[in-house]
Design a protein around this ligand. Structure first.
Ligand code: URA
Length: 250
């Protein structure tokens, strides 16, 4: 690839900025000063800027614990995005692999590997995604069977079979008092739900179709990738080599 592209992709600056650096003689390739921005280099060439090596990384992968209130986009004129939360990012080609609603928390993969993201999200590949959810309403064994048979939503959407696990039931008198609601309505159920597709508001729509409301939603896994619970909402880390390998095998 061209030397200016190599440096721009590694976040040294814009194409114009790196061209200026190159022309001013601050860049060397394999020990030789190069002043031609179009000089061809390999990804394993020793490229140095002011004597500091710049290593080429084709793909990068971050695990983010998405906080509520942030949108799942690469960039936005008005709002902070999940990619903005990756403070160390210098490259411009990062995007979130899949979307979570603004109020959903949890596991988000931020990468520049479009092919991998496509594989993870394509319904054909059926990559499991597990969420923890707090549901307003009493989720029952009958609902477990209905989810596993494949719900048909009121708008006609035929959902793929989903695994629903009831973790606990909570009756919150305080909530009922505040809401001036009947006690019956204040039953909440904690569940884990695993889906294999990702239609718009899918989990919220699935619960809505059985007369329940999702109060809290957090993604825990995407295929082999599990949310690192040491990451507080808004924190991120690079994927380990093992995690990257497990995704590349998908
Ligand atoms: N399903 C939803 O309803 N919302 C999400 O953010 C993810 C899955």
């Amino acid at each position: 690839m061209r030397l200016d592209r190599f440096l721009a992709e590694m976040g040294v600056g814009t194409r114009n900025e790196v061209r200026k650096e190159i022309k001013s003689g601050r860049v060397s390739v394999d020990g030789h000063t190069i002043k031609d921005p179009g000089c061809k280099v390999q990804t394993d060439s020793l490229v140095e800027l002011n004597g500091e090596p710049i290593l080429y990384e084709e793909f990068v992968y971050y695990m983010l614990n998405k906080p509520a209130g942030i949108i799942s986009a690469s960039d936005d004129t008005f709002e902070e995005t999940v990619v903005d939360l990756i403070a160390e990012q210098k490259r411009k080609d990062l995007f979130p692999a899949g979307r979570l609603d603004r109020d959903t928390e949890g596991l988000m993969l931020i990468t520049n590997n479009g092919e991998l993201a496509h594989r993870m999200l394509s319904p054909k590949h059926h990559v499991d995604k597990t969420y923890y959810a707090v549901i307003m309403g009493d989720v029952t064994e009958r609902d477990i069977r209905a989810f596993s048979d494949g719900l048909v939503l009121p708008d006609g959407l035929e959902c793929m079979p989903a695994d629903l696990e009831i973790l606990s039931r909570v009756t919150d008198d305080l909530y009922a008092a505040i809401e001036n609601d009947s006690l019956e309505n204040s039953v909440m159920t904690e569940v884990n739900i695993t889906i294999r597709e990702g239609k718009f508001h899918q989990i919220k729509r699935m619960f809505s179709s059985i007369g329940c409301e999702v109060m809290y939603l957090k993604r825990l896994t995407m295929g082999p990738l599990e949310l690192d619970e040491t990451l507080l909402p808004g924190e991120y880390r690079r994927l380990t080599e093992e995690e990257v390998d497990s995704l590349l095998k998908l």
